[in-house]
Design a protein around this ligand. Structure first.
Ligand SMILES: O=C[C@H](O)[C@@H](O)CC(=O)C(=O)O
Ligand SMILES: [Zn+2]
Length: 278
């Protein structure tokens, strides 16, 4: 398994970052590598964003040195969203089938977790989010039908999108993790517009279904001191609690969002009026 550690940053410091520094600090370019588990451990709320792409073998979820844990979920919980072909997540011997855009919550204390693809020609891409946890909640699969679906925005403002709450307190009991998936409708390009911040929680976005010759421009930073990061398919970006997080694409696309921090209130956001953005 491969991992990387990223320290957290101060907004006053981030103001001075040039393009490369912004990308090094916040952009995660590669989480999906054949027959590997790849993890980025950020000190923003000790959130881990990872990818598991089993092709020719099943992959074991393993702890890594900075966690100083006997096994990965010893003091953590995890959410998994499959953004690839059919696969299974095997948790302490129990197989949970995950189809495209389905999710699985795995609570603290589960010792043995494996990732498997059904067909090596169409491997599963398991996107992983994990946060510290102090209570064990049951494993729960969230199918597409079980997700809480909300329609947001409008075609006229190029932000018509379907938000699917996958792992939120309406569907799954968690310690601090929340996850969901938002799908921009054809012709719509703006996510999270009007934008927001939530000082109570940090967030990570993973963009996918971005066509190979298109890109998403992700907006971050303080609302009056915004910066942008150009992103491609299956890349993720870390949003510290002080940062806005919004994006516009050169086509429509989808993204998985994951949050952790102070509360489990999805609606706890401070909206930034569009005319106040700088
Ligand atoms: O705090 C919540 C997250 O930023 C996302 O759920 C926002 C989002 O998917 C959207 O508006 O398109
Ligand atoms: Zn947010």
């Amino acid at each position: 398994m491969k991992y990387e550690v990223r320290y957290s940053t101060h907004p006053q410091d981030a103001k001075n970052y040039d393009t490369q520094k912004l990308r090094d600090q916040y952009l995660i370019t590669s989480l999906f590598e054949q027959d590997e588990v790849v993890m980025v451990y950020t000190f923003e709320d000790r959130f881990i964003a990872g990818g598991a792409m089993p092709v020719n073998q099943k992959l074991k979820l393993e702890s890594f040195d900075p966690l100083k844990a006997g096994f990965f979920l010893e003091r953590r919980e995890m959410g998994v969203v499959n953004i690839g072909g059919k696969g299974q997540v095997i948790v302490d011997g129990v197989a949970h089938a995950l189809d495209y855009k389905e999710a699985l919550y795995v609570g603290k204390g589960k010792e043995e977790v494996y990732f498997v693809s059904e067909n090596p020609e169409q491997p599963a891409f398991f996107y992983i989010n994990s946060t510290p946890a102090h209570q064990a909640f049951p494993v729960q699969r969230v199918s597409r039908e079980q997700a809480v679906r909300i329609e947001l925005g409008a075609m006229e403002t190029a932000n018509h999108r379907i938000l699917n709450k996958l792992i939120v307190n309406e569907t799954v009991e968690t310690c601090q993790l929340q996850m969901g998936m938002t799908e921009l409708q054809p012709g719509s390009v703006w996510n999270t517009m009007p934008g927001h911040v939530h000082d109570r929680r940090m967030e990570v976005y993973l963009y996918f279904e971005v066509p190979a010759d298109q890109a998403v421009c992700h907006f971050m930073g303080e609302a009056q001191e915004s910066r942008h990061i150009w992103m491609h398919d299956k890349q993720a970006v870390i949003s510290p609690a002080w940062s806005m997080h919004s994006g516009s694409g050169t086509s429509n696309y989808s993204f998985v969002w994951g949050m952790a921090g102070e509360n489990l209130d999805y609606g706890d956001m401070d909206i930034i009026p569009i005319v106040d953005l700088k």
